[in-house]
Design a protein around this ligand. Structure first.
Ligand code: ZN
Length: 255
């Protein structure tokens, strides 16, 4: 089976549409795995949820989704995120609210895959950005793979089972971090790995194109990809909705 990995879509329908059509051109997609932050920031929360649900979909929620649902304190967010979350709450159709409320920030998909928004040990808030943090997190889930989001950065962390340091009687496992290129295919084999495909709707690695990945569980590969989309279309809708200007401008820079 081939699964599209999508996360941090943040109500950006133009970015999601470009991602889905790029995926379809690469071959049949059997389903989508979504690591949360479906809404918040962008102008089309209802449309994004409805579009995702047109696929066989397995999804968790992220901190922005939880804030819109009232499950987190808004004061834990910056001003722009608060404004966007309040706006989003007003827009959300009851059926979409209800669907989001049924989701968890961490869930196992099958015997090989766990999904967590931030990290397997702290799925709501942890930003997994270093090999050191990743090494600790391999103990917080028991499948081979964990797909995450939250940092908006495409990253891959491998656990090197054979590379274990013992210091003062403590065991330190080593993890390795890899920053993938566009169209890079990674052979997973039987290695344990924590994988972030990068953000569909608000990339922050300096590449303004939507980021996603394709996971193939028959040959055990993950392919990291980018898709250009109509950024102006999203920005125009954000302007009409009076969403914060800084959230719109950052889409031009992928930061
Ligand atoms: Zn996010």
């Amino acid at each position: 089976m081939r699964y599209g990995l999508v996360t941090d879509i943040h109500s950006n329908l133009a970015a999601l549409e470009a991602t889905l059509s790029a995926m379809e051109q690469q071959g049949t997609i059997d389903g989508l795995l979504c690591m949360g932050d479906i809404i918040g920031y962008g102008p089309q929360p209802n449309e994004v949820i409805q579009r995702l649900k047109q696929y066989p979909l397995f999804s968790i929620i992220g901190n922005h989704d939880m804030a819109v649902l009232g499950q987190l304190e808004l004061s834990d967010f910056n001003h722009d995120a608060i404004d966007a979350n309040v706006w989003t709450r007003v827009q959300l159709e009851p059926e979409n609210l209800e669907w989001l409320e049924s989701l968890q920030p961490k869930a196992s998909f099958d015997e090989k895959v766990t999904l967590a928004h931030g990290s397997p040990s702290e799925p709501v808030w942890e930003y997994l950005t270093t090999p050191h943090a990743a090494a600790r997190n391999f103990q917080a889930y028991d499948t081979q793979l964990c797909f995450v989001g939250h940092t908006h950065l495409p990253r891959l962390f491998f656990l090197r089972e054979n590379e274990v340091n013992t210091i003062f009687g403590f065991t330190l496992r080593k993890a390795e971090m890899h920053i993938p290129d566009d169209n890079e295919i990674i052979e997973l084999g039987e290695d344990r790995a924590i994988i972030n495909p990068g953000s569909v709707g608000q990339p922050r690695d300096g590449d303004k194109r939507a980021a996603y990945a394709i996971y193939d569980d028959s040959d055990m590969t993950v392919t990291f990809c980018r898709a250009a989309y109509d950024i102006n279309a999203t920005q125009e809708l954000m302007r009409q909705a009076h969403l914060p200007l800084s959230l719109s401008i950052r889409l031009d820079y992928g930061r």
